[in-house]
Design a protein around this ligand. Sequence first.
Ligand code: ADP
Ligand code: MG
Length: 640
Amino acid sequence: MMVQAAPRAPIRPLPDTLISQIAAGEVVERPAAALRELLDNAVDSGASRITVRIGGGGIDLISVEDDGCGIAPDELPLALARHATSKIASLADLEHAPTLGFRGEALAAIAAVSELELISRRGDAPAAAIRAVGGRLGSVEPAASGPGTRVSVRRLFHEIPARRQFLKSAATEGGWCVEVFRRAAIAHPEIGFTLWQDARQTQQYPATDDPLRRIADVLGRDFAADALPVRAEIGPLRVLGLACRPTAARASAAQQLLFVNRRWVRDRVVAHAARAAYADTLHGALQPQYALLLELPPERVDVNVHPAKSEVRFRESQAVHQAVFGAVQRALAPALGARDGAGAGRPDGPGAGSTAAAASSPAGVGSGAGVGGGFGGGYGPGAVSTATTSQPPAGTGAWSSGGAARPAWMPPRQAALPLPAALAGWAPLGVAEPAAGGATAPAADDHHPLGHAIAQLHGIYVLAQNAAGLVIVDMHAAHERIVYERLKAAWSGRALPTQPLLIPAGFAASEAEVGAAEDHAAALEDLGIAIDRAGPSTLIVRALPAALGRADAVALARAVLAELGAVGSSRLVEERRNALLATMACHGSVRAGRALTLAEMDALLRDMEATERSDQCNHGRPTWRQIGLAELDALFLRGR
Ligand code: ADP
Ligand code: MG
């Protein structure tokens, strides 16, 4: 006999208010989420000014006031009704919805779990107000108000202890509200924003037509001082924003902001692409800081995948990845053109205008055929154009001051020789003779911005004298960067030229290492590394990349095997490859503690001058510092 189910009540439709209260759980799980919905509505109303007030962290009060289109008195109850919206009328509209809202459930959901007051005036109609407590609507009443709308939400979740108890302290909830406010301000620079917290005005952003200026205003001086402009147009996709130099990376990812078609969203594809653009220069634990505004045709991105609208789905995510990767990478390395040759003679140093790299930019930059292909259809490579600016746009001087990639006395980057030629003069370290090409003859400092070596300090630092004073170089970090750029330059498009070791280096390998050597034989070959198995647990390194010069073959092989084993990719996509090249560079560069001759030190300085991004090592640490004469004078209280 079957077990009898417990007697149950008959099936009935849920009352509307209850549906809204349930929905409120996902639409507005906390004050900041409610604020986001109200801000979205204010933006959708076509406002030019928006004022936000929060009290008690948004738990006591959230009020958003706009000067937008307003709502007619007879529509006020509808605005608070579930699934009522003025923004879309059909499924087709959803595809192209230019508004932030479209579900028609936010106000109903918020009203169901709070005390809500909506006051609005539309055009010439008289202002009117409606109130709702726990979803029960009052009647429409006349009110006094200027054009536009004000929505005030009080006592959020007051009647719903189960939800209330999940709220954090007022300070924490308030902090999240401020975050939401700041994101809205970044997404809509043409709107003036003001924030009041507990009756104090705490933030104000006047309207501006410069999105980068708004980002700098909102994210603050520290961010702006280290920020480089990102500007690219690739097929139908536009990437605009600010990305901080790698040296400004922090432990927290809080300042990684992404906006897609003016919505703040989280997106793994874009986050990964941005991260990858920094991978060269950033230590694993550090987080890059950036704010990126992506714009693409609405039909190429699905915004209706998340109830709180904080995620989107790209139709061509691979193309978006490549575009963002390329745009950020280029922002970080303004002199990239100097390496691919296409940029030779192009003025992109201080004082120059913008540079445009057309579809001929190297595939490695990620803006080329891949994107054309990815977006398909009418966006072939011919239609691909990419514009980057190494200079901040006019009128943004305030935030650019500290962002200059190099000191004023350094020559523009394109003055550097193309990498391979410049590196030909580099004598492998440890060779006693001066480098070929004679880097030692004293020359005017304007030819050698980093000056001439005078000593080595504790086997770690190279000291040099230049016109400005003293230069201190972290020799391992600097050499690592040079070797890394040399490896990248030597990459033939498919593989690194290899060179057999004079004396193959055998080592006792772990099972994992033996396995990785077998599984990733093709990748190793691409990297110019030849490893043979010489017994159940013995591997022999027979060849390393020719561009590497001297290296600790065993340590290098182990590091690369560990990395390949951990990631397990058989194909070397660019980001992966660069990470591996960086690992190799680390093992192929001069170790701290090694004594260098003056000639070797000078050769290092010359290579640094010729190497792109040589002022940061692969881990984002600076490779050299200038100590000016004035600073030295100050140390000794020496007046001039
Ligand atoms: P949605 O924004 O998805 O349409 P909401 O519940 O947020 O749904 O809002 C319902 C409707 O109320 C909107 O479609 C709009 O017509 C109206 N509305 C809400 N807020 C405002 C506002 N600040 N200004 C003008 N109209 C508004
Ligand atoms: Mg809405």
